[in-house]
Design a protein around this ligand. Structure first.
Ligand SMILES: CC(C)(COP(=O)(O)OP(=O)(O)OC[C@H]1O[C@@H](n2cnc3c(N)ncnc32)[C@H](O)[C@@H]1OP(=O)(O)O)[C@@H](O)C(=O)NCCC(=O)NCCS
Length: 189
């Protein structure tokens, strides 16, 4: 099998989880695969290339592989992407966190994706603010980037609300389309 049947449970230690007013951010489990891909494979999001996918949407096997890749980031880097769980419903409503493949990526990337039915409630902002605080407190990482489609006003708004600023125009390392790089550095004060 290309992915393990169980996940290193130490990744799910409390120090890798975050609680905010309305959300819990926790390390994904393979059981989350379908709900996570439901978020990433939203047809309009895929059509507009709002998230970077290495492969077109597929079935359960691909969902498990992608979720396992997320866990690989946690194992390799000590940070990664979280499942965003809405406390009020205990449902996974999104995925927010850090992504840094070993090659072809211009830094440690903070990304966000929320299930369409939950857009517009400030969840992406709440989760990303907490994620940034976590990485400054728990790692030596000192600069974060987000690659955003030039016309993606929602994400640009999230980026600026959490303190990121436009850095430069660039190309997406995977699909080659135009992106704007937003960035934030660890505060030295
Ligand atoms: C981008 C995304 C995560 C935002 O999630 P969200 O929980 O709705 O975000 P928030 O509610 O925290 O903030 C959205 C902000 O954008 C604003 N906004 C919404 N639609 C907008 C539009 N068309 N133009 C400008 N701003 C817009 C909202 O008003 C809000 O700002 P405000 O709090 O100042 O009012 C969500 O739309 C999503 O998952 N999109 C698909 C995946 C994606 O694009 N990921 C980002 C890749 S870089």
């Amino acid at each position: 099998m290309p992915f393990p049947q169980s996940v290193d449970r130490s990744l799910a230690s409390p120090s890798n989880s975050i609680e905010t007013t309305r959300l819990v951010l926790r390390v994904p489990q393979l059981e989350d695969a379908q709900e996570l891909m439901h978020v990433f494979w939203d047809p309009e999001v895929v059509e507009q290339k709002q998230v970077t996918l290495y492969e077109p949407p597929g079935g359960l096997e691909l969902a498990l592989k992608n979720t396992n890749d997320m866990l690989g980031q946690w194992e390799l880097r000590g940070y990664g992407q979280w499942c965003v769980v809405e406390k009020a419903t205990a449902r996974v409503i999104g995925c927010v966190g850090f992504y840094h493949p070993q090659r072809h990526w211009p830094g440690v990337d903070l990304g966000w994706a929320i299930q369409r039915s939950r857009w517009g409630h400030g969840f992406a902002t709440e989760a990303s603010t907490a994620a940034l605080r976590w990485i400054w407190q728990n790692t030596q990482v000192d600069r974060i980037v987000s690659l955003i489609g030039p016309d993606d006003q929602r994400s640009i708004r999230v980026a600026t609300k959490i303190g990121e600023r436009f850095d430069r125009a660039d190309l997406d390392p995977v699909h080659g389309g135009p992106v704007h790089v937003y960035a934030i550095a660890r505060s030295t004060t």
